[in-house]
Design a binder for this molecule. Structure first.
Ligand SMILES: [Zn+2]
Length: 259
């Protein structure tokens, strides 16, 4: 059985035209997010993906994979966690690396989510009040709902994971943030379809490197994490992903956005 990729955002850290790069995996009713940038729930509502007679929102996330701790991938998590706890009384099942687990609460979220005034006194909350944290060890497959998820560390400023997502029949890959890395691209090209970033600076991949890849690899590649200054309409040789798009991974993958 196939699974879907729902594209929530395709922008880079500085984009004013797009939401930050993130997407959802869906198989049956199971939904797993990948990353949680700024304005996360606004983006979901704008795309209005139908789900269980509703519009897909944060409370429908059965799991979330967090690739790394840069703000354009994690800035939305604080309020998603608060929204789930205080409005829906549920915890978010969060899958990430041991490096992110080490720092997520102590160096990022505890300052804002760790103390609550209950009308009489200050209550201390812990990471377990908001999340069920599950480690994704590097390069060891872990079952996340209906998928086997394998990580691979990328060349980036801080520990960052590329992903291979397999349901036993079909598979999808995601570079996440990375310098140009031909071995990573070969690993991603083992999948039926994969997302790859392009951006500026030594810790990202120049678009020209992707344009120079063999056709059979470029046919499986969809561009994400792109800059506002990149001429998407005039882009040669590479197909961008767009916000609100849906891909079906299974048999012949397809863009099913217009169905
Ligand atoms: Zn990054």
């Amino acid at each position: 059985m196939a699974f879907e990729i729902l594209v929530v955002g395709v922008g880079d850290a500085f984009s004013v035209q797009h939401y930050g790069t993130s997407f959802l995996l869906r198989k049956g009713d199971f939904v797993c997010g990948v990353d949680c940038p700024d304005l996360y729930r606004r983006a979901l509502h704008m795309h209005a993906f139908p789900h269980q007679n509703d519009i897909l929102d944060a409370q429908h996330l059965d799991a979330l994979i967090l690739t790394h701790l840069h703000g354009d991938h994690v800035n939305g998590l604080e309020m998603v966690a608060a929204y789930l706890r205080f409005v829906h009384h549920k915890k978010l099942k969060l899958y990430t690396s041991k490096e992110v687990i080490q720092d997520l609460w102590s160096r990022r979220l505890s300052v804002s989510l760790g103390t609550m005034w209950d009308g009489r006194g200050y209550q201390t909350l812990s990471v377990e009040d908001y999340f069920e944290l599950i480690e994704l060890p590097w390069q060891v497959p872990v079952q996340v709902g209906p998928w086997k998820v394998t990580t691979r560390r990328t060349v980036h400023h801080i520990p960052t994971m590329a992903l291979k997502i397999e349901d036993g029949e079909h598979s999808f890959g995601h570079s996440c943030d990375t310098a140009y890395d031909p071995e990573l691209i070969d690993w991603l090209a083992q999948n039926e379809l994969f997302f790859h970033e392009a951006n500026f600076g030594p810790a990202h991949t120049p678009i020209e490197k992707l344009q120079a890849l063999p056709l059979e690899i470029r046919e499986k590649l969809r561009l994400v994490h792109y800059s506002d200054v990149l001429d998407i309409a005039g882009l040669q040789g590479i197909t961008p992903a767009f916000e609100g798009q849906r891909y079906l991974i299974g048999g012949d993958w397809a863009d099913i956005s217009e169905e």
